[in-house]
Design a binder for this molecule. Structure first.
Ligand SMILES: Nc1nc2c(ncn2[C@@H]2O[C@H](COP(=O)(O)OP(=O)(O)OP(=O)(O)O)[C@@H](O)[C@H]2O)c(=O)[nH]1
Ligand SMILES: [Mg+2]
Length: 401
């Protein structure tokens, strides 16, 4: 699963990305700072099972902090997008190509309204960020529409002559965008499009298909960034009234806190509602002032920086991700090296025990016999739907079983 960080230029996408991944990327106060995509690893935070089971865990692929499990997930930060990007304006549709594999999007906006539609600086509060959301989604749709329209007439005529299925054609055209045949069939059915005569579909109908397909296959939430600035709260309020999921974010503050935490200057872990300073004497005057700002303008007002909430929201909310704990010994909860609760895997909602076996190792899936629920000792079949925080042993005749 991959989450893309999108938005117009200069809104703080790379700052959000750097805060979420602690990767050093270019951040600057002008549009088109990012040209090539940045791929990185963020973590989603979930309650670990160690406390419930009264064990001290020794994770390998993830981190457990005070009973909270931080599980790695992939995030990509792309170039900013401007009106006309789908037709090559700005950095063109390169960024759209970079988003092909994304399963969900965090759309970062400048909630303070201090950048115009193209990301240039304007007086705070003078631009309405609602316009940016519309623009970004419209460009995405136009791009997808362009892919379908390129040879629509010719392709549909040939489908009608040969008896080919329009759903197969659409799925094939959009397969590079992680759109499946099931997604296409779902949208076509919902919109009641005439599958036997696709050449009769109007441009509006094709666009409607694109919009619904985008919503289904690239669900998004809004990270209302620069929430620390005074003009943001009003915009956040009015965006929320539109019914969209809006998370106030202060990416710069999150980046500062995570870097300070790495150096031991503050006690803070992602998603915390506040932070503490173990030794005021270790801080320079500038550091102390910056932390006071974070406390006053972010933590007290919003109860957190919102960055972790947005990452969690994308995976757990939009993608219905679940975290499962595979073990090799279901009584000791260990792997073969004796590590307790060694792994935590992020799986798409609806995944099965067999999917988990596939994720651990292909050999396990090939010889899959059954899974064992470590909590109850019950045997589970391959089609068992995984639940969040399941602890399972896979029993297989495969090499690693
Ligand atoms: N006040 C405030 N400024 C921020 C915040 N996040 C980012 N910025 C500033 O916004 C500017 C743009 O940040 P970037 O992260 O480079 O923005 P971007 O969206 O990646 O920009 P492009 O790559 O050019 O599209 C920089 O000056 C950041 O310091 C925030 O939470 N609060
Ligand atoms: Mg950037």
């Amino acid at each position: 699963m991959l989450v893309g960080v999108v938005g117009k230029p200069n809104v703080g996408k790379s700052t959000f990305f750097a805060a979420a991944t602690l990767k050093d990327v270019q951040i600057a106060d002008y549009p088109f700072t990012t040209v090539k995509p940045n791929m990185g690893v963020a973590h989603i935070v979930t309650q670990c099972v160690c406390k419930e089971l009264g064990v001290v865990d020794t994770p390998r692929s993830s981190i457990c902090v005070d009973g909270k499990r931080l599980v790695p997930v992939k995030v990509v930060d792309v170039a900013g997008l401007v009106e006309g990007a789908s037709k090559g304006k700005g950095l063109g549709n390169q960024f759209l190509d970079d988003l092909r594999q994304a399963d969900a999007l965090v759309q970062v906006i400048d909630a303070s309204g201090s950048t115009d539609l193209e990301g240039r600086k304007v007086p705070p509060g003078s631009h309405d960020p609602a316009e940016d959301i519309e623009m970004v989604e419209r460009e995405f749709d136009l791009w997808m529409y362009g892919i379908l329209k390129r040879d629509w007439e010719k392709a549909t005529r040939s489908l009608e002559q040969t008896g080919g299925k329009v759903t197969d054609h659409l799925a094939e055209r959009l397969s590079g965008l992680s759109v499946t045949l099931a997604d296409v069939e779902d949208v076509v059915l919902r919109l009641r499009l005439r599958t036997e005569k696709p050449s009769s579909w109007t441009d509006d109908q094709i666009m409607q298909f694109v919009i619904e397909t985008r919503k289904l296959t690239k669900p998004s939430l809004i990270a209302a960034n620069k929430a620390d600035l005074p003009t943001s709260s009003q915009n956040i309020e009015s965006l929320r009234r539109t019914g969209r999921q809006v998370i106030p974010c202060a990416s710069e503050a999150e980046l500062l806190l995570r870097r300070a935490a790495e150096r031991g200057l503050v006690t803070y872990s992602p998603g915390d509602k506040g932070f503490t300073v173990p030794d005021q004497g270790k801080l320079s005057g500038a550091q102390a002032a910056a932390l006071r700002m974070v406390e006053d303008k972010v933590m007290r007002v919003y109860g957190g920086t919102g960055v972790q909430e947005a990452v969690n929201g994308a995976f757990f909310g939009l993608l219905k991700a679940i975290v499962v704990f595979p073990v090799e010994d279901e009584t000791k909860l260990t792997d073969k090296d004796g590590r307790v609760l060694p792994d935590a895997f992020v799986m798409k909602g609806g995944s099965t025990a067999l999917d988990l076996a596939r994720t651990v190792h292909s050999d396990l899936a090939e010889g899959f016999l059954y899974a064992v629920d470590a909590r109850t000792g019950k045997r589970l079949a391959g089609d068992y739907r995984l639940q969040n925080r399941d602890i399972l042993k896979i029993v297989s005749s495969g090499k690693r079983g």
